[in-house]
Design a protein around this ligand. Sequence first.
Ligand code: AHR
Length: 514
Amino acid sequence: MHAFKSTVLALGILAALPSFAQVSLTIDAAKPGPVINKNVYGQFAEHLGTGIYEGLWVGTDSKIPNTRGWRKDVVGALKALHVPLVRWPGGCFADEYHWRDGIGPRNKRPVKVNTNWGGVPENNAVGTHEFFDLVEMLGADAYVNGNLGTGTPQEMAEWVEYMTSEGKSSLAELRAKNGHPAPFKVAYFAVGNEAWGCGGNMKPEYYTSLYNHYTTFVKAPPNNRPKLIASGGTGDDTAWTDVLSRDAGRVTDGISFHYYTLPTGKWDKKGAAIGFPESEWFSTMAGTLRMDDFIRKNVAVLDKNDPKKKIGFYVDEWGTWYDVEPGTNPGFLFQRNTLRDAVVAALNFNIFHAHADRVRMTNIAQMVNVLQAMIITDKDKMLLTPTYYAFQMYVPFQDATSLPVTLANNTTYGMNGQGVPGISASAARGKDGKLYVALVNTNPAQATDVTMDVPGQAVASVRGQVLTAEAMDAHNTFDKPQAIKPAPFSASAAGGKMTVKVPAKAVMVFAVEG
Ligand code: AHR
């Protein structure tokens, strides 16, 4: 968590730009860029509120239909989303998590207090084996976040050995005794979380020394070696990226980065999730678009220290953070999810695509019931949020090849003398060979015509989906679970021109047909 200065001021220069009636989008299909790693669409499940317990895990004795404790409805919906990667067990929780508490018979596991999130009992029912069962069911990669804050190098090294070792090792034998003879596949392993805050209030230099110390002892078989992640910075501060890429680059596959979008920019009064004024729609757009500047600044530092681009820039926590839903436990970070969240998600996807060479993994915070969630549950009921649909619409971009886009005559959406770009665009060649385009309109009141040009390629029609609604805070409820969902969309070229009308406050993803 961190406070940021006003997003509106940061974008003030755009206020001078005029608004044009027609926007032109040019896609340079002949100059393919880097592949958009599917793990850019990663998710985050922390031991926080009902994010895991209730939201995903109900236990094997529950009346809610489940597979070995994981609720079937939620897992089914996540499978349909092609979730490529799940980060676990935290967040701040990770730096107080001791992995041995979460193995062996569940009825013998210790009950601890979740000191970060609501002070509630943590019975450790979900531990290493349960987590890997979940990711295996989802067909996702595993991202395990290690404990640097209150753990030791020995504890961290032994956890990695427990998960990955094979053959004659007492920890491999313990894993087998606990039901999993084969090693688990750990795609990513992080050494601590938010070391500048809940992970230990450290300085970059001190953390970097600890990172080098701990990783010296984190060993795994060569065919099952996780990518090692150093816990990096947040917001405007590039010092973490600088120190880590200089002094820990030898053993670092990626440096993490966190940034949350708060409508007001203030942690003590962040803004409401629903029923907000247009000024907070605008400030949310302006605030979330700062992600592009943060990535640029950190990538410039990486390009200086790591010109061969070995190190990835992993945005492993991002999304909206509002005032908690009134009447809920403030430590559970439960908030509603509206059309505004879907637009925020899509704007961030377009930013991540534009930096695909460095941004090779991200995790939205979080998967179920916490912050900008895909799914909200209430006992045996479940609903899909507008953010879920944004992720679903963008599935064709997973492992697609990014293509350069240019927007000419873009509109400006402005308020109080400040402005943000009206249209955001991204394009990629999907794994199926099709050309996919994503368009986002940040303006909540005005539709915009976008004329498309793909030099060297005929564009006869487009076909895909659009997500929009009448209200800025349109959302699904258990009474009206389908109040907002994507609608099919298609359009054909006329007079040799392909023009797409992007509705106000909308996300569109479509394939281009020649
Ligand atoms: O996602 C909620 C919390 O936000 C995470 O635990 C922490 O890393 C960040 O401050």
